[in-house]
Design a protein around this ligand. Structure first.
Ligand code: 13P
Length: 250
């Protein structure tokens, strides 16, 4: 049985003092969770969050990284730097980065490889636009993105990759894919992984859903056959609301 993995993506929100207060409030609410609980926070909050989440079941992730280890890349942060301060997870290829910062399937692939070289667990985002969905291309888009993202990885690495299926039209819009739709898209991704890496890998890889997940729809989404948890944006900014999502099965 695959474990549920529920990650908050704070995006560009929360000052360090707010982050510390959040973790102090949130920790007792989720301490008995059977799911893996991750907070992906801005770079400036990472170290504070890591220190404050020590000896708890909350894991800390970044929201992006550069693929090089170091060098003349002004303003960038490498996987090696993240690892050095105790980061465990990193979101790679979020649609906002693909859309606003020219992230491509190729750079996503390089970043995932670099994440593994630095012993970080990547949370890799794929998802279709509304236009692509309406023209019936969803499955083709998301399976191609998955294939290109994972190109050249070993079976073991793919098993340790978390994929987040995030339909772009559902992000921050209040529109959620129906649980059936989301589950079918995730099945298509799992099937693509099976074709390339075999059943052992496809049955073990964690595939999350993201896009307007909230406490009122988490249970319906997370109890389908193939959705292994969620990547949660807006609803992860409030500890009470996010704890209800983490504790969806109570
Ligand atoms: P929302 O939950 O705010 O729709 O954002 C989803 C997302 O982009 C998580 O990475």
């Amino acid at each position: 049985m695959r474990k549920k993995v529920i990650a908050g993506n704070w995006k560009m929100n929360m000052l360090p003092n707010e982050a510390i207060e959040y973790i102090q409030t949130f920790e007792p609410m989720v301490k008995n969770s059977k799911a893996e609980v991750i907070l992906c926070v801005p770079y400036t909050d990472l170290f504070y969050c890591i220190m404050n989440a020590q000896n708890t079941n909350i894991k800390i992730g970044a929201q992006n990284m550069h693929f090089a280890e170091n060098g003349a890349y002004t303003g960038e942060v490498s996987g090696k730097m993240l690892k050095a301060i105790g980061v465990e997870y990193v979101i790679i290829g979020h649609s906002e980065r693909r859309q606003y910062y020219n992230e491509t399937d190729e750079s996503v692939n390089k970043k995932i490889k670099s994440a593994f070289e630095n012993d970080l667990k990547p949370i890799v985002c794929v998802g279709e636009t509304l236009e692509q969905r309406e023209s019936g291309e969803t499955e083709k888009i998301i399976t191609t993105q998955t294939k290109l993202a994972l190109d050249g990885l070993s079976k073991e690495q793919v098993k340790n990759t978390i994929i987040a299926y995030e339909p772009i039209w559902a992000i921050g819009t209040g529109k959620t894919a129906t649980s059936e739709d989301a589950n079918n898209s995730i099945k298509a991704i799992r099937n693509e992984i099976k074709k390339i890496y075999g059943e052992d890998v496809s049955e073990n890889v964690i595939i999350q859903y993201g896009g307007s997940v909230k406490s009122s729809n988490a249970k319906e989404l997370f109890t389908t056959s193939d959705i292994d948890g969620g990547l949660v944006g807006g609803a992860s900014l409030k500890p009470e609301e996010f704890s209800k999502i983490v504790n969806y099965d109570e």
